[in-house]
Write a protein that binds this ligand. Structure first.
Ligand SMILES: Cc1cc2nc3c(=O)[nH]c(=O)nc-3n(C[C@H](O)[C@H](O)[C@H](O)COP(=O)(O)O)c2cc1C
Length: 198
């Protein structure tokens, strides 16, 4: 059974991103995955302070809710990561989590001295992202950030669901096809991960 971590990156509990993420989680569970959900806005998490306490053993030295999340991020086989677009990248909640994963980056590249870009083919991520406007470059910043964040987790970006034109809470209700697509993607991710189960 695949083990998936679902990270809700929007500050809105019932906003567009959360609704889509919940659909992906439901789909993954229907397909047999075990899914743990983490809502970032509920965590007490400092930004990275760049003190590099993590150089000792790859563990962040700041004692807050990231410590638990660190273990979950390291051990999950699949990730459902979601964020709205805020100023052309991911939300602050999401970025704070990513920056705290510099401790994993330090472990991977400085302590364990692994080659750059080495991924685990059994680990895969689904990224769900949306914004209010409709520009061609709306997701460019977030996608680059997510790619290099996932690299730190040894994960490839398996699929991105990117939606434009969603702004007010509830806008997602006008787009049932997006919700259905998210549910299907969650199920597909679970099945894809099952291919790598021993
Ligand atoms: C701080 C902030 C920055 C934003 N920046 C952008 C932006 O750069 N481009 C855009 O299209 N929408 C931007 N938005 C709009 C949100 O992406 C949009 O309202 C989205 O639907 C919120 O998703 P949620 O309901 O899941 O929180 C911004 C919203 C906020 C609050």
């Amino acid at each position: 059974m695949a083990n998936i971590l679902a990270i809700y990156g929007s500050p809105r509990r019932k906003g567009n991103t959360a609704r889509l993420t919940a659909q992906a989680v439901a789909g993954a569970r229907e397909a047999g995955a075990q899914v743990e959900e983490v809502v970032l806005r509920d965590l007490k998490m400092s930004p990275c302070l760049e003190i590099y306490g993590c150089q000792k053993n790859g563990r962040c030295a700041i004692k807050d809710d990231f410590q638990d999340l660190y273990d979950k991020l390291k051990s999950c086989q699949g990730l459902i990561l979601s964020s709205p677009i805020f100023f052309y990248t991911v939300s602050a909640h999401t970025k704070i989590m990513m920056d705290r994963c510099q401790s994993l980056w330090v472990k991977k590249y400085w302590i364990d001295k692994r080659p750059f870009g080495e991924l685990d083919p059994a680990k895969k991520a689904l990224f769900i992202c949306l914004g209010a406007t409709k520009g061609k470059k709306l997701f460019d910043g977030a996608l680059l950030t997510v790619k290099y964040f996932l690299d730190t987790l040894d994960m490839g970006l398996w699929k991105s669901l990117l939606y434009r034109g969603l702004d007010y809470e509830g806008d997602i209700d006008k787009e049932p096809s997006y919700l259905a697509e998210a549910r299907q993607a969650g199920a597909d991710l679970a099945r894809e991960l099952d291919n790598f189960q021993p």
